[in-house]
Design a protein around this ligand. Structure first.
Ligand code: BTN
Length: 260
């Protein structure tokens, strides 16, 4: 397993971006990159600052879940300060950036499970967590947290092995994390600049979704609903057709595909 350390200098060196990844704060081990990113953002860190760790001891997932983050994987958070109109698109942006980077570095063809899990062969390879602070209808900061199972043997972690995969697990060889991190940062900035220039990333995100047309169970903070995932809107919400024929709009949740 590739457990060589990352470093700030190796990530930033000649990185072809204007601001994303031009400042990288690296930790061999920390609680969660989201925590440090929030502290940095509150203290005025410039947009594009990246917090990255070889290992997280208290990695956080969506819906208050824990995120397993051993050495050999990628765990990073990017501080962004988007316009309010683009805040909801960060979920799409992050998942597309991950898909493009994995494709470029490995040749694998990942898909997206609404809203933003990245899957390979039906199993989760990446989780994304967006946290933001909005004041008087302005985004003070948004933090894009990305965790990718790179050089992880899912079999070593029985809690996640039924539903998770890793890049090394799919390819049977170690994957260079540095190359993947650098691709990812370039791709995040490219899509972010496109979004800021008024381009839409919704169409491509929708094309990559595995969820549409499938029978699904959607678990949100306090409800579980079943039905057919009919469509997604430009704001990223899911339209679920319930068995009684009614259509419900769901802003966020966790989807289980019922037909697999
Ligand atoms: C999920 O699928 O539930 C989201 C997982 C997000 C994990 C990443 S790893 C980097 C960043 N730091 C965290 O503590 N969480 C995110």
């Amino acid at each position: 397993m590739t457990k060589s350390s990352l470093s700030s200098a190796s990530i930033t060196g000649n990185l072809p971006t204007r601001f994303v990844g031009q400042r990288v704060i690296y930790y061999p081990s920390l609680t969660s990159t989201m925590e440090i990113a929030r502290q940095e953002a509150r203290q005025g860190a410039e947009e594009g600052t990246v917090i990255i760790a070889d290992e997280q001891t208290a990695g956080r997932g969506r819906l208050k879940r824990a995120w397993l983050s051993p050495r050999g994987n990628i765990a990073l958070s990017v501080i962004l300060r988007p316009h309010m109109a683009h805040l909801h698109s960060l979920v799409m942006l992050a998942s597309l950036a991950v898909v493009h980077s994995i494709e470029a570095v490995t040749g694998l063809k990942p898909r997206i499970k609404w809203p933003n899990d990245v899957l390979i062969a039906g199993k989760k390879v990446c989780g994304i967590l967006i946290e933001s602070h909005v004041q008087r209808k302005r985004v003070d900061y948004a933090i894009m947290g990305i965790g990718i199972n790179v050089n992880l043997r899912p079999g070593d972690f029985p809690d996640i092995s039924p539903t998770a995969t890793s890049l090394s697990g799919e390819l049977g060889r170690d994957i260079p994390r540095l190359s993947l991190v650098r691709h990812l940062l370039v791709e995040i900035e490219r899509l972010y600049l496109a979004l800021s220039a008024g381009q839409s990333i919704y169409g491509e995100w929708q094309d990559r979704l595995v969820t549409l047309g499938k029978r699904v169970r959607v678990t949100s903070a306090d409800t579980t609903q079943e039905g057919t995932a009919e469509s997604v809107a430009e704001d990223g919400s899911l339209r679920l057709r319930r068995p009684d024929g009614s259509l419900v709009k769901i802003l966020t949740g966790d989807v289980t595909l019922r037909d697999q």
